[in-house]
Design a binder for this molecule. Structure first.
Ligand code: SF4
Ligand code: MSK
Length: 671
C-alpha cells in the first residue's frame, strides 16, 4: 500500500524547494521527494536483517532466533551489512583521494594543462610531516615525492598508513593496542569484502573491529589525502562571500551546474568560465555570460575557494533542472541520481557525465582528463552555451542567502591567533571557561524520507542557543547556508551569550563551514589540534564535542561516523538505523547495536547511536558535552555567566541599508 503523500511543507523546510515541488506537480513530473512517498522501504532490509551474500538466499530474518540457510545469525548478518556499507563509503572517498594523488603527480611532472600548485606553504608543511626534504627544493620536487608517498598508501600491504601519524599520540597507541591501525587503504577495503563472503568471518564483534580499521583507512587515509591535495592544488580555503539556493541561477545567462564531489574538473570549469573567449562565445549566443553554480560537495569545493554560489544540496539536484534554466548539469562522482537524465528529457538541460567511472544511460559523456583539463572544461562550457538557444519557459525561485564559507583548519588557527601567533589557545580557553560549552559537528546528507534541511537547521539553531560552537560540512552546511545561518556576525542574534562574545571578539560566525563531506578530516585535524593545544585532555575522546549526521543517507556517512567514533567522538545519526534489528527483540540481545554504542565507548571513548527525534539528539548532545566537561574538571556550564563584554556594533548595523550592512559585515572577508 502506498504511503500517504506528504504536503510540500512536510517534505522540505526550504521555500525554494517547496516552490519547485509545486512546479513539478503542475508539470506532472516526479522527484525523489515523490518517489520516497511512493516507495515503501523494506522493513527487513532496512533494519539490516536481510542477507543476500550468496545464492542460497536472500535470507530474510523476521523472527528471533531464526538464521539464514547457512546458519548465519541476525547479528552476523547485521555486522556484515554494516561493514560492507563502510567499505563502500571508504572506497568512494579513498578513490577520490587516489585520483587527487595522481593529479598531484601529473602536476609535479608538468603533464597537466591548467593546474598549478597554489598552496606551497601547505605542501611544505604536509611533506615535512612525513620527513620529505623541503629545503632548497622546488615545489614540484616536493610535490612529486608527496604524490609518490600518498599513491603508495593505497597499495601498501604491511605497516601503518602514514597519515595515521597525524592523530594524537595517545590515540595512535590505542589503535595499535587494539590492532586497528590500517595497513594500506585498499587492503582494508578488500579485506572487508573478503571477510563478508559466504563462510568467512562470523563473529559480529570481530567483523566490527575490521569495520573500524576500514573506516580509519578512510578518515586518516584516503579522505585526508583528498583534502590535503585539494588544498595544495586549489588553495586552502579562507572565508569568502558566497550565496546559496536556487535563486543563484540567472535567467539571462547560460547556467551550468556542477555536481558531485571532485574539484579537479570543476576548478577548471571555474577558470574556463572566466575566459574572455568563452564570455564572448556566450554573448554571441544571446546570453550575458556564463553563470556557474554547484550542487552537493562539488558545490562546496568551489564555494569555499572561489565563492562560486551553491544552487543547493543533495535534494536540489532535480529541483535545479525543474527551473528549466539549466543548460548543462556537469557531474563527476557520487550522489548523482540516475533520475536526472529522465527528468532532464522534459527540458533542454544536458546531463554531462565526465568521470571514466560514472556513465549514466542517456547522458552525454565528455570524459575528463587532467592532462587536457582546460580544453575539456572549455568544450563542456561550449556545449552548454550552444544549448542556450533551446531553453523554453523558466521558473527560478527568487530565494537565495548570503554566506561566508571557507573555515579550513589552517584559517581557524590563523583567525584565533594571527599570522605570528596562530593558535587554538583562544578556543581552548573559551571552552575551558564555559563561554563556549562545547563543539558540535553537524554534517552529512539530505534524505527525502525526512523533511529536507529541517533537522539540520533545527538542531543547529537550538545548540547555538546553548553556546555550542558549530562546524559543518557537506550538504548539512548548505542546509544551514540556505537558512542564513552562515551569515558571519550577522547571525549572532540567534546565539547564546558566551558564544556570541567569542564570535564578536574573534570575528567569526558561530557556524563554521568547513567544506565537503571528504573534508570531515578537517574536523579531525581541529580536534587533534585542540588536544595538542592543551587543557582539554590528551586525546580526542576527552574533548567536549559531538558529531551529528541528522539526515544521512549515503554509505560514506557511515564510514565517516565510524572513523569519528574510532577517533574518540560521540556520533549521532538521525533517520533510520540500518541495523535496528527486530522491533520486538529484547534490547539486550541486539549485539551489534549495543556494541557500536557501549562496546565502542569502552574501547575508543566514542560511540555511535541512531536517534530519530531532534530534541532527543539535542538533549544527548548537551548531556555528552557536559559529561566531558565534568570529567575534565571544567566549571559547570552556566548560561548567565557571560555576555556582558560583547561587541555591540551589530545592533547599530541594524539601522543601516542592506548594501552598507553587507559591506560592514563582510568587508574583511570579501576576496
Ligand atoms: Fe543466506 Fe547465509 Fe547465503 Fe546470507 S550467506 S544469503 S544468510 S545462506
Ligand atoms: S554530497 S554524501 S549527500 S553530504 Fe557530499 Fe551531500 Fe551526503 Fe552526498
Amino acid at each position: 500500500m502506498a504511503k500517504e503523500k506528504r504536503s510540500y511543507e512536510e517534505k522540505t523546510a526550504d521555500p525554494a524547494a517547496q516552490e519547485m515541488l509545486i512546479r513539478a506537480d503542475e508539470l506532472g513530473l516526479s522527484t525523489a521527494f515523490h518517489r520516497a512517498d511512493e516507495m515503501v522501504p523494506c522493513n527487513i532490509g532496512g533494519a539490516g536483517m536481510c542477507c543476500k551474500l550468496c545464492g542460497m538466499g536472500p535470507c530474510r530474518l523476521t523472527k528471533d532466533g531464526q538464521t539464514g540457510v547457512c546458519g548465519a545469525t541476525i547479528d552476523t548478518i547485521q555486522a556484515r551489512n554494516f561493514i560492507r556499507a563502510i567499505a563502500a563509503g571508504s572506497a568512494a572517498h579513498s578513490d577520490h583521494g587516489r585520483d587527487m594523488a595522481f593529479t598531484l603527480k601529473a602536476v609535479a611532472n608538468d603533464e597537466t594543462e591548467g593546474y598549478v600548485i597554489r598552496d606551497v606553504a601547505k605542501l611544505r608543511i604536509v611533506a615535512s610531516k612525513y620527513g620529505i626534504p623541503i629545503e632548497k627544493r622546488s615545489p614540484k620536487e616536493i610535490a612529486n615525492d608527496l604524490a609518490d608517498l600518498y599513491i603508495s598508501q593505497f597499495g601498501q600491504q604491511r605497516g601503518e598508513v602514514v597519515l595515521t601519524k597525524r592523530a594524537p599520540k595517545k590515540r595512535q597507541e590505542l589503535w595499535r593496542e587494539l590492532g586497528v591501525v590500517p595497513r594500506g587503504i585498499d587492503r582494508e577495503v578488500v579485506e572487508a569484502l573478503h571477510r563478508t563472503h559466504i563462510g568467512d568471518d562470523q563473529e559480529p564483534v570481530h567483523i566490527l573491529s575490521h569495520a573500524v580499521r576500514t573506516s580509519l583507512a578512510d578518515g586518516w587515509g584516503g579522505s585526508l589525502i583528498a583534502t590535503d591535495i585539494s588544498d595544495i592544488l586549489f588553495g586552502t580555503p579562507a572565508p569568502i562571500l558566497g550565496q546559496a539556493n536556487l535563486g543563484v541561477l540567472k535567467d539571462n545567462m547560460v547556467n551550468i551546474v556542477v555536481h558531485g564531489h571532485e574539484p579537479t574538473l570543476s576548478q577548471m570549469i571555474v577558470a574556463a568560465s572566466q575566459d574572455p573567449e568563452i564570455i564572448e562565445y556566450a554573448k554571441a549566443h544571446g546570453a550575458k555570460g556564463v553563470n556557474l553554480s554547484g550542487i552537493c560537495c562539488t558545490a562546496n569545493e568551489i564555494l569555499m575557494r572561489q565563492g562560486i554560489p551553491a544552487a543547493g544540496n543533495f535534494l536540489h539536484q532535480e529541483l535545479a533542472i525543474l527551473t528549466g534554466a539549466v543548460e548543462a548539469m556537469v557531474v563527476d562522482v557520487q550522489c548523482i541520481m540516475q533520475a536526472l537524465v529522465d527528468l532532464a528529457s522534459n527540458f533542454h538541460t544536458k546531463i554531462i557525465t565526465t568521470s571514466p567511472k560514472v556513465h549514466i544511460t542517456g547522458a552525454t559523456h565528455i570524459e575528463f582528463d587532467e592532462h587536457h583539463a582546460l580544453t575539456v572544461a572549455k568544450n563542456i562550457i561550449k556545449v552548454a552555451i550552444d544549448n542556450y538557444a533551446n531553453r523554453g519557459n523558466t521558473h527560478i525561485p527568487q530565494v537565495r542567502e548570503d554566506l561566508v564559507p571557507g573555515f579550513s583548519h589552517e584559517y581557524i588557527n590563523y583567525m584565533l591567533g594571527g599570522t605570528y601567533r596562530a593558535s587554538f589557545r583562544p578556543l581552548n580557553d573559551a571552552i575551558m571557561s564555559g563561554r563556549v560549552r562545547g563543539v558540535a559537528a553537524i554534517v552529512g546528507c539530505n534524505n527525502p524520507r525526512s523533511k529536507q534541511d529541517w533537522i539540520h537547521t533545527y538542531v543547529t539553531q537550538e545548540l547555538l542557543k546553548q553556546d555550542v560552537l558549530i562546524v559543518e560540512t557537506g550538504c548539512g552546511a548548505i542546509a544551514a547556508a540556505k537558512l542564513g545561518l552562515l551569515l558571519g556576525e550577522a547571525g549572532l542574534e540567534k546565539v547564546g551569550p558566551g558564544l556570541k562574545e567569542v564570535c564578536e571578539t574573534v570575528g567569526i560566525p558561530p557556524v563554521l563551514h568547513m567544506g565537503s563531506c571528504v573534508d570531515n578530516t578537517r574536523i579531525l585535524t581541529v580536534l587533534t589540534q585542540i588536544v595538542e593545544e592543551g587543557g582539554l585532555g590528551d586525546d580526542i575522546d576527552q574533548v567536549p564535542a559531538v558529531g551529528l549526521a541528522p539526515e544521512w543517507m549515503s554509505e560514506k556517512a557511515l564510514a565517516i561516523g565510524t572513523y569519528c567514533v574510532a577517533s574518540g567522538a560521540y556520533v549521532i545519526f538521525g533517520g533510520s538505523s540500518p541495523i535496528s534489528g527486530m522491533p520486538d527483540r529484547v534490547e539486550d540481545s541486539d549485539i551489534v547495536l549495543r556494541y557500536i554504542s557501549e562496546g565502542w565507548e569502552k574501547l575508543y571513548g566514542g560511540k555511535m547511536e541512531f536517534i530519530k527525534d531532534a530534541d532527543e539528539m539535542i538533549r544527548r548532545t548537551l548531556e555528552h558535552i557536559d559529561k566531558k566537561r565534568a570529567a575534565l574538571g571544567l566549571p559547570v556550564y552556566d548560561p548567565d555567566k557571560f555576555g556582558e563584554s560583547g561587541d555591540s556594533r551589530m545592533l547599530l548595523l541594524e539601522e543601516l541599508p542592506l548594501e552598507q550592512k553587507r559591506k560592514a559585515v563582510y568587508g574583511v572577508f570579501v576576496n
